[in-house]
Design a protein around this ligand. Sequence first.
Ligand code: LLP
Length: 404
Amino acid sequence: MRFIKNKLSFDKKNVENLAKKFGTPLYCYSHNKIKSNILELKKYFQSFSPLICFAVKSNTNIKILKEIKKFNLGADVVSIGELLKALKAGIKAKKIVFSGVGKTSSELDYAIKQNILLINAESKSEILEIEKIAKKKKKIVDIGVRLNPNTDAQTLSQISTGKKENKFGVGEKVFLQLVKYINKSKNLNLKCLSVHIGSQILNHKPYQRMLKVVDKIIRKSKYKFEYIDLGGGMGIDYDHNNSKLNLEKYSLDIKKFIKTHKVKIIFEPGRSIIGDSAILITKIIYIKEGDKKDFIILDVAMNDLMRPALYGAKHKIIPLRKVSKKSKKSYEFVGPICESTDTFSIVKNYQKLNEGDFLAICDVGAYGMSLASNYNVRPKPMEILIKNSKIQILNKRQKISDLI
Ligand code: LLP
């Protein structure tokens, strides 16, 4: 993304032209960026060639899933809906792992029928349910057990998952009991220990601590796991100040870990693959002047991009045309929805904006469209992909008539 003659260009396309052609709000993805993110992960981890299972929850667009599949990635799914989408995108069942604390009996039944790589169970009750279904089907089902390593991921509390007060996985004591139980079961085959301590992790230290806990527990269990699924969570640079996770350090720690434990590594990244691959283009409907700040009222709202309202997440907002004149007052970028949390950010010293100007909200590829809703009976935005300098429509704009 850069300015060419003061006009924003994204994957070599003039963004304002896209806004005018397709209308706003508009999600626009770059295939080049998705590709370079995948290749970067593969490069850092190449010495132990992990299975990379894309976390479908971060972006559920089937055309995106098809593109990701072409890089030989698998999928991490958390519902039957995501499993069906991953399969429909052509991702092989043997590259799919199924996570989640509340998989229903029919979801488990379907996953077992499809012979997916692993069902990563998160409780004793779930394991008993899988065993019951497996027995009925006279099958042996490959499973993982998710460990809650009680490790602080040092990320937003709302997206932290690896502490003992979180609902995810089981603690050490139960984990060790479950290993013994599964070992004796005729219908369950324990293949994997899985962990996922949280999302948008920028510091490699929590991962280091997580690996230490996993190491300790494997030793205690005396069990030979075939896979260790380290989950996802690799953070991206939302602030645009080089604050990415240090993948090299993370990779070194994993290399050390596999020297002792000869296991195959699985990752479940979502955000680090798709997060910075998209912008959300929006138009200013009105500018409402206030005493201390002006409200920039956009045509995009919390229903289109939920992260700021839900987690106080910050996304950079950049104008499509650069001008040198500055606004005297701060700007608050808000959506039209009748909620005070429908706000994106407050910025000082922004360039002077006018009604009708276009803006781009950055890094919205992950948990952007996948969290979008029809709140206030607002149609969901259109999604496009720039690939090899051509535009592909990923998803048409919903029509109001579809919602009535
Ligand atoms: N694996 C499991 C078991 C997960 O729960 C998640 C994310 C991932 C993998 C992928 O994590 P990632 O690599 O994308 O960080 N909506 C929030 C994020 C919620 C993440 C939930 N679990 C947000 O917009 O920040």
